[in-house]
Design a protein around this ligand. Structure first.
Ligand SMILES: [Zn+2]
Length: 276
C-alpha cells in the first residue's frame, strides 16, 4: 500500500513573495519550478533547495499550478506539480494631484517614457542565473517597519493609471537609502516618471528598485553589499512630495517589498511518495 502523500495547503495573497523549498536528495543536481509561464530556478541552501516566488498583485485569484522539475547527476529527471491557491487582496483607489506634464505628456516626454518602459521591462525579463544574496532582506530606510500605498489603484489628475507597484516609505530629502540586500546595480539614472532611480539585480529574477532619489551614489555594474548606501531620498519624477518608493520584482511579478522581509521557510514540496 502507498503512504498517503502529505497534502500541503500552499496559500499566497496577491502581491506577496513566498518561499518554496524541497529537501535535498542524493544525486540531485538542480530543481526548477514553472510559475505563471516563467522559469524559477532553486538554489541549494544546507539540506534544502529553495526559491523565492512572486505572486503578482494582479494574479488571478484561485488555484495555480507550480510545476517542479528535479534533475539528477545520472541524467534522469522527475516532475511534480504543486497547487498554490492565490487569495484576493483588496487594494483601495487613491486620487493624486501631480504636475500636469506627468499626466498630459508632450510628444518628447511620451517617447522618452516609452523608451524607458522598454528598458526597464528588459531588465525585469532578465534572469541572472546566480543568486547574489544569502542573508535576509532589509528595509532600505533605517527603522522603516512598513510602507504605504502598495497595490493601490491610482488616478492622477482625474485619469486612471497603472497600479502602484511598490511601497512608499516616509523619508525627507537627504535621508540615506540602503541596499536591501547584496546584488549588482543594473540601472542608476534619471527616468521620466521615477526620477533618479537605482535598480539592483539580486539574481534569479529578483530586483529591488529605489525611486525619486535626490542623489545617486552608485554606478551600473557595481556589486553592492546588503545595507550599503545607494543614494539619498528625494522628490524627483512624478511625486506629490519627498519619499522613497521601494519596489520589488520577482520574475516579473510585482510584490509588496515588505513581504520579502517576512518570508517564512516553506513547507517541503515535491517529496516523492515512499512505500511504508
Ligand atoms: Zn511610489
Amino acid at each position: 500500500m502507498w503512504a498517503l502523500s502529505l497534502a500541503i495547503a500552499l496559500v499566497a495573497v496577491q502581491g506577496q513573495a513566498i518561499e518554496l523549498g524541497c529537501p535535498d536528495e542524493a544525486g540531485l543536481r538542480g530543481v526548477e519550478a514553472r510559475w505563471e509561464g516563467h522559469r524559477v530556478p532553486f538554489v541549494r541552501r544546507g539540506a534544502a533547495w529553495v526559491a523565492v516566488v512572486g505572486v503578482d498583485l494582479d494574479a488571478k485569484p484561485g488555484a495555480h499550478a507550480a510545476e517542479l522539475t528535479f534533475r539528477y547527476d545520472d541524467g534522469h529527471t522527475r516532475t511534480a506539480s504543486e497547487t498554490v491557491t492565490v487569495q484576493r487582496q483588496q487594494f483601495p483607489t487613491t486620487k493624486l494631484t501631480v504636475e500636469d506634464r506627468y499626466v498630459e505628456l508632450s510628444d518628447e516626454d511620451a517617447a522618452r517614457a516609452s523608451d524607458e518602459a522598454r528598458e526597464t521591462g528588459a531588465i525585469y525579463a532578465t534572469l541572472t542565473p546566480e543568486r547574489y544574496w544569502d542573508e535576509p532582506f532589509l528595509a532600505p530606510i533605517r527603522g522603516a517597519k512598513d510602507g504605504r500605498n502598495f497595490g493601490h489603484r491610482r488616478v492622477f489628475n482625474g485619469q486612471p493609471r497603472a497600479p502602484h507597484s511598490g511601497a512608499d516609505l516616509k523619508a525627507d530629502v537627504g535621508t540615506p537609502v540602503y541596499a536591501a540586500n547584496r546584488g549588482r546595480v543594473v540601472l542608476a539614472k534619471d527616468l521620466f516618471y521615477s526620477g533618479n532611480a537605482v535598480f539592483v539585480d539580486h539574481g534569479l529574477g529578483l530586483y529591488t528598485i529605489y525611486l525619486h532619489l535626490s542623489k545617486i551614489e552608485v554606478a551600473p555594474g557595481a556589486i553592492v553589499e546588503r545595507g550599503q548606501r545607494l543614494g539619498l531620498a528625494g522628490a524627483t519624477g512624478r511625486v506629490t512630495g519627498p519619499h522613497l518608493h521601494w519596489g520589488v520584482r520577482i520574475v516579473d511579478a510585482r510584490v509588496d517589498p515588505f513581504s520579502l522581509l517576512r518570508l517564512k521557510p516553506a513547507p517541503p514540496l515535491g517529496v516523492e511518495p515512499r512505500r511504508p
